[in-house]
Design a protein around this ligand. Structure first.
Ligand code: HDE
Length: 701
């Protein structure tokens, strides 16, 4: 039995020996600048013990320090975003390279060379704040520009179209995709009954569903995603003339995706895969960049399109209206504090500057209400614009709005109304409207009956999904078809699977048949379409394969090393991969590292069990014969090689690694490279995926 401690109060009231090691870390601060205080500034003498009636006695209600600390902790969480809850963000800068003066008065789009600070947040849509980074999902791509004329928030997605045409359907769409109401699952997954039930019943979702089933919805990195404003906006010039505009972000690293099986495994290996990747890249000075581009159309050009420019389920193919690159975004600083910045960032499509304006897109019109409203419930006060991340930093903001929860400003003077004549008496009169430089809405003539109607011009739901499918590279088409098979296979309601297939027949008979074969079901009747689809010219610009640069820039190579391995080979791989722009990480059976052939120790970045090959873009197996022998009975090692092969990655290896490759079923091909003759032959296949290998490793629809 351990002896009972005495109730006597020890002389040293913090009892450091009892609390634990690291006493020096609990060192005492002595100056007002360094000492710990309560929220109200009272210095704290002991942050280890609550106030008790004797060392073993009950805690006293009087302990205001304990109560304040616990109470603040209890309230640390705020309501998460109803959609886009899971997000990662960074600070950066926008630089204009070409002026749009002809089209707009917005300074951010006319002052070439001007650098505007910004904050960008990327997100998944369906999952909660703590969900995985790699589900199949649309990604949010929201940018807040702190311009000289107020904040401009471009709140977009990584897919250029949206599921629905009218904002009134948004709550239904989101209810359907999020976890099912009674059972509370699945989290962050569209592969379930209610989502596909909604999809089957709402043909307007078809185009975006196609994009969401494509490889775009399983991005390799947040740094490798395109971004789109989705809705049509207007640019308004000094003469008051309006043009329609679509906004685009193009990543310098190209748009790249994972394989579905890989994305699923990453979810387990590193749920923070994208967040970590973005943070690490910026931390290491490898700043992600995007070109900013616009498509500008006159009213006449918009009228000539075979669809309605106000319909957010349609793209304007860039082969029809080319993109004009006008600037560049660089993300160069990680947030200092996730909550204060990433979580409290409030994006509002209504944050717009003079010279940019809204279109009548009924989806956008609904968004103009929703975001301000949601910030009120999430951040709890009308003063959320005063939170540092949301403040208009590029210019002053001043008005007569006053008071409210969490008011942090201290306005002076009596002028809290307008008009006032206080200035005549030498008092502060406050700001006034600026008829010339202030925001003015485009004077669009509007005089119609009030109706609840969907325009006839919104009726064609299938021509563009058909265009999208026809435009993809063959492996991407197979991935898309397989993704639909995967998702519908998780749908328990047979009539829902049938309805979706009936709709797909309007898109492409071959696609529908491949899905039916993949499901092992008969192809149902074609669903009648509201408007018969037409064949539009394909848009190869929507492809991924063949479009992104064959480069190791921004990618990661994993080198698996065992005891007895040849350090010269490791170094050759490291040097060649780094020279090609990749990050290199060492994996060993033990975290301490591997003892190389020459007796030196190579430190490891990861232990094998915690670093499967899904975390890397290409791998090298630098093994000794003995080391390989030991790995043959190590499941993680066999999976490492097997998955790298299955995910179409380049595999460099020493000849000694052959038994492991054999056990993993790795067959010789152009992506499996013997490193005996140096690492150069490994770099080329490492810069891409081995698409030719795919039919050997999986059956696709
Ligand atoms: Fe959003 N959306 N949305 N959305 N959305 C929100 O605002 C909404 C839509 C998008 O990183 C919410 O602050 C409605 C399209 C992004 O913080 C909410 C409709 C596009 C983000 C909201 C749409 C988006 C949001 C939830 C249909 C692409 C995250 C939390 C009319 C152009 C921004 C919040 C961030 C967030 C409403 C459709 C993009 C509820 C009603 C289309 C990137 O206000």
């Amino acid at each position: 039995m351990t002896a009972r401690r005495s109730d006597a109060v020890p002389e040293n009231s913090t009892n450091q020996d009892i609390i634990g090691q690291g006493g020096e870390l609990h060192q005492q601060a002595s100056t007002p600048e360094t000492r710990l205080t309560t929220n109200h500034g009272t210095p704290i003498s002991d942050n280890q013990n609550s106030l008790k009636a004797g060392p073993r006695g009950p805690t006293l209600l009087e302990d205001f320090i304990l109560r304040e600390k616990i109470q603040h902790f209890d309230h640390e969480r705020i309501p998460e975003r109803i959609v886009h809850a899971r997000g990662s963000a960074a600070h950066g800068v926008f630089e204009l390279t070409e002026s749009l003066e002809q089209y707009t008065t917005a300074k951010i789009l006319t002052e070439v060379g001007e650098k505007t600070e910004l904050f960008a947040r990327f997100s998944t849509v369906a999952g909660g704040a703590g969900s995985i980074d790699t589900p199949r999902d649309v990604r949010g791509f929201a940018v807040k520009f702190y311009t000289k004329e107020g904040n401009w928030d471009l709140v977009g997605n990584n897919i250029p179209v949206f599921f629905i045409q009218d904002a009134i359907k948004f709550p239904d769409l989101i209810h359907a995709v999020k976890m099912e109401a009674d059972r509370g699952y699945p989290q962050a997954a569209s592969a379930h009954d209610t989502f596909w039930d909604f999809v089957g019943l709402m043909p307007e979702t078809t185009h975006t569903v196609m994009w969401a089933m494509s490889d775009r919805a399983i991005p390799r990195s947040l740094r490798m995603m395109e971004g789109f404003g989705v809705n049509t906006f207007r640019l308004v010039n000094a003469k008051g003339e309006s043009h329609f505009v679509k906004f685009h972000w193009r990543p310098k690293l190209g748009t790249q995706a994972t394989c579905w099986d890989e994305a699923v495994k990453i979810a387990g290996a590193d749920p923070d895969f994208h967040r970590r990747d973005l943070f690490d890249a910026i931390d290491q000075g490898d700043f992600p960049q995007w070109d900013f581009a616009v498509q500008v159309l006159t009213q006449a050009e918009a009228d000539a399109l075979p669809f309605d420019i106000l319909d957010a389920t349609k793209i304007i193919p860039e082969e029809v209206h080319p993109l004009k690159v006008i600037g560049r975004m660089t993300l160069n600083r990680n947030p200092d504090n996730f909550f204060a910045e990433t979580e409290q960032a409030a994006f509002l499509p209504t944050n717009i500057v003079p010279g940019i304006d809204f279109s009548d897109d009924p989806l956008l019109q609904g968004r103009l209400f929703s975001y301000q409203d949601t910030q009120l419930s999430r951040l709890g006060t009308v003063n959320f614009h005063q939170i540092p991340i949301n403040q208009a930093k590029g210019c002053p903001f001043q008005n007569f709005q006053r008071d409210g929860h969490m008011q942090t400003q201290v306005p002076t003077g009596r002028a809290n109304y307008e008009p006032n004549s206080l200035a005549q008496a030498g008092e502060e009169g406050g700001p006034r409207a600026d008829a010339k430089g202030g925001f003015t809405s485009f004077r669009e003539p509007v005089e119609k009956e009030k109706v609840r109607l969907r325009s006839e011009t919104f009726a064609d739901h299938y021509s563009q999904p058909r265009l999208f499918f026809a435009s993809l590279a063959a492996p991407e088409q197979a991935h898309l078809a397989s993704a639909i098979v995967f998702e519908l296979s998780k749908v328990s309601l047979e009539h829902v699977r049938n309805r979706v297939m009936g709709n797909l027949r309007n898109v492409d008979e071959d696609l529908a048949k491949r899905v039916a074969d993949g499901l092992g079901m008969a192809l149902p009747e074609k669903t009648p379409a509201a408007a018969e689809p037409i064949d539009l010219d394909p848009s190869p610009a929507v492809r991924l394969i063949g479009k992104y640069p064959d480069s190791l820039k921004g990618r990661k190579v994993g080198v698996l090393v065992t005891d007895g391995a040849d350090g010269a080979v490791v170094k050759a791989v490291q040097d060649a991969a780094k020279a090609a722009g990749a990050a290199v990480e060492i994996i060993a059976p033990k975290r301490g590292g591997a003892k190389l052939k020459d007796g030196s120790t190579l430190k490891a970045d990861h232990q094998l069990a915690g670093a499967p090959s899904v975390l890397f873009d290409a791998v090298a197996l630098v093994l000794s014969a003995d080391g390989c022998e030991q790995l043959l009975t190590e499941g993680a090692a066999v999976d490492f090689a097997k998955d790298a092969f299955g995910h179409l990655k380049a595999i460099g290896h020493t000849p000694e690694a052959q038994p492991l490759l054999d056990k993993a079923g790795v067959e010789a091909d152009a992506g499996v490279v013997d490193l005996s003759n140096g690492a150069d032959g490994f770099i080329k296949p490492a810069a891409t995926r081995q698409w030719d290998r795919e039919p050997k490793v999986r059956t696709l629809a």
